[in-house]
Ligand binder design. Structure first.
Ligand code: VGL
Ligand code: ZN
Length: 203
């Protein structure tokens, strides 16, 4: 691995029970990422975790839309939005970080997706592409310049976060072995292409 400096930070995306086998929005083999993330984190002095954190009845849940099923796409005021099974509901076991996650030195747990009417795949910007989470400012203020990303799912929250991180001026690397995909209608290939196109390093 490249030299890790004090300008480097590891960003671990959504390693939560609901995204692991047995969870409400299980990513195939998602729990395999936990050990990978723990191992990666040992190389980093600075780590931030994200946590998908939806209120009950969130607008990204199919159950909030009459006659809609999970994985259909609807038009929201801010554009198209995939509808998901109810997942990561605030303060439920499903929303909890995976119990195997062993990164005691993580310095911040950033919650996202808490606005009832807006989903947030990205750790930086919600799906309206306007509402900021504050993470870019936090990272900049602390002097970080290079971000390494891992977690779930690579084709949604990891990819959106990586693209926004580049747009925010960070140098970005994604560790593919420490990610898993939902892969909905070709979303994995599209996400990898989009990340490559903007200069994300896929390691
Ligand atoms: C995610 C779908 C809905 C993710 C979160 O973490 O990739 N995907 N909410
Ligand atoms: Zn979500």
């Amino acid at each position: 691995m490249q030299q890790v400096t004090d300008r480097d930070l590891l960003l671990v995306i959504d390693l939560q029970n609901d995204f692991c086998p047995g969870g409400a929005l299980a990513v195939p083999d998602g729990d395999a990422v936990v050990a990978e993330a723990n191992r990666l984190a040992r190389d980093f002095a600075h780590v931030v975790l994200t946590q998908d954190w939806h209120p009950r009845g969130h607008s990204s849940f199919a159950s909030a839309h009459p006659a809609r099923a999970p994985y259909e796409t609807v038009e929201m005021p801010y554009g198209p939005q995939v509808l998901w099974p109810d997942h990561c509901v605030q303060a439920t076991t499903g929303a909890a970080l995976h119990p195997g996650l062993d990164i005691p030195h993580a310095e911040l747990v950033l919650r996202k997706g808490f606005h009832p009417a807006i989903d947030s795949y990205s750790a930086f910007r919600e799906n309206d592409r306007q509402t900021a989470t504050g993470l870019a400012g936090y990272l900049r203020e602390r002097g970080f310049a290079r971000l390494t990303l891992c977690g779930l799912a690579i084709d949604f929250c990891v990819a959106y976060s990586a693209l926004d991180a580049v747009a925010a001026g960070f140098e970005v690397r994604v560790v593919l072995d420490a990610c898993r995909a939902i892969d909905l209608g070709g979303s994995l290939a599209r996400a990898l292409d989009a990340m490559r196109d903007v200069g994300v390093r896929l390691a």
